[in-house]
Design a protein around this ligand. Structure first.
Ligand SMILES: Cc1cc2nc3c(=O)[nH]c(=O)nc-3n(C[C@H](O)[C@H](O)[C@H](O)COP(=O)(O)OP(=O)(O)OC[C@H]3O[C@@H](n4cnc5c(N)ncnc54)[C@H](O)[C@@H]3O)c2cc1C
Length: 379
């Protein structure tokens, strides 16, 4: 096999797996390596001792309006419909819909709102307008007032990001939806909301099942792996590739605590966010996601509680790129990207290769577009 027909892929998550499949189908011989002992990247799942399918790195809900992405994914797994909804647990343990909707307002303010106008008027009465919001706190207080801000956003932001609302850019919270009706849809604008019937790991097994693809696990990237390859698509953290020579690109990470609870106690929505000031942000009740409980357990079911932390405190598990109001880390990333552009036969891909939070459908779409372009220009 000619070297220019051989490709090395670092990372068996969505970015790497989509590249691998497209290249294999175009006739390239593809070697995929991953430092972990499993494929699937952060979407990896497995069935635990309670007979429950658990997503090892937190709940992964697939949602998109991109029909091409859904069609591509559908080649490798049956996709079952699942529309996600979330509850917030109030300090008195009552559960209310999140994002805030009319039911949330009725419960909190112990009232009945018979129209959207009444819900709007209640919010207007709560709001504490700021002429020119300079930070996330100003923006939220202007829109929903201090009570709702302090309940739903202040403790969560502190736990999730280790930041105060006052230190965050308004753009971070501008995207947070607010409903005046009773809709509980967490992703209301996405046409397709699905889960792979047999789980994500089975989906990845099918994507990588091609005679031109070989996968090596427990293998970290090393430059020597590139010697037989005409090109390398690399999903490792871009700062780690350059030994952090231009500074670190930090991430927030999460510690996952898995608990067994009596099945009968686990009802309601699959995800419950906490509003208290403790260290935990949310819990996932896996058995409430379709196809996640095999029924093989003995009455106990698995619930996973999340505790955000810095990535240094969690074995350098990189989850969410840190975004500050002054954009200092994005500036460092741009300098790494400029260095990467000078490298021969290497493209950084995916979440950590491009230092941006990307949902699964975005990674798949980017990978399909980028890889097909590369194949066309190299044929
Ligand atoms: C807690 C959490 C919840 C999420 N929930 C959702 C959701 O509900 N919906 C959604 O659409 N998206 C969700 N995402 C985002 C989703 O995980 C990403 O879009 C997706 O995993 C990105 O794929 P990737 O291939 O870029 O990265 P990854 O999945 O991280 O894969 C990268 C792979 O590269 C490997 N690697 C890294 N460095 C090296 C190295 N030096 N040598 C060898 N291998 C290496 C890693 O081991 C990893 O397997 C969530 C993310 C997190 C963290």
């Amino acid at each position: 096999m000619r070297r220019d027909k051989r490709v090395l892929i670092v990372g068996a998550g969505f970015a790497g797996a989509v590249h691998a499949r497209e290249l294999a189908e175009a006739g390239y011989l593809v070697d995929v390596v991953d430092q972990r002992d499993h494929i699937g990247g952060n979407a990896y799942d497995h069935v635990d001792r309670n007979g429950v399918r658990v997503h090892k790195y937190g709940p992964h809900l697939f949602h998109t309006s991109n029909a091409e992405v859904i069609e591509w994914l559908g080649r490798f797994s049956e996709l079952i419909p699942y529309r996600h909804s979330v509850s917030a647990r109030l300090p008195d343990s009552r559960l209310v819909p999140l994002p805030i909707n009319r039911e949330t307002l009725e419960t909190l303010f112990d009232t009945r709102l018979s129209s959207e106008e009444e819900a709007k008027a209640l919010l207007a009465a709560q709001a504490d307008p700021v002429a020119e919001p300079r930070n996330a706190d100003d923006y939220l207080r202007s829109r929903i007032g201090p009570r709702l801000t302090d309940l739903f956003f202040r403790p969560y932001t502190r736990k999730m990001w280790g930041l105060e609302l006052e230190d965050m850019d308004p753009s971070v919270v501008k995207r947070i939806p607010l409903r005046l009706d009773y809709s509980r849809d967490y992703f209301p604008n996405d046409t397709f909301q699905v889960l792979p019937r047999e789980g994500y790991t089975a989906l990845f097994t099918a994507i990588l099942d091609h005679p031109n693809i070989s996968v090596t696990l427990n293998q970290s990237f090393d430059d020597s792996l590139r010697k037989d390859a005409g090109w390398c698509f690399n999903a490792m953290a871009i700062d780690a590739y350059f030994d952090c020579a231009l500074g670190e690109l930090p991430y927030r990470s999460i510690r996952f605590h898995h608990e067994t609870r009596p099945q009968a106690e686990v009802t309601g929505t699959a995800v419950v966010n906490y509003t208290d000031t403790g260290p935990f942000t949310r819990e996932t009740r896996w058995c409430l996601l379709p196809g996640h409980d095999s029924g093989a357990g003995t009455g106990g079911t698995t619930v996973t509680v999340e505790e955000p932390c810095s990535y240094q405190d969690n074995g350098y598990e990189r989850y969410y790129p840190v975004k500050t109001a002054d954009g200092r880390y994005q500036e460092i990333y741009r300098r790494y990207a400029a260095e990467a552009a000078k490298l021969e036969r290497m493209t950084f891909i995916g979440r950590c290769g491009t230092y941006q939070y990307l949902d699964m459908h975005q990674v798949i779409n980017q990978s399909l577009v980028q890889c097909r372009k590369w194949i066309a220009s190299n044929s």
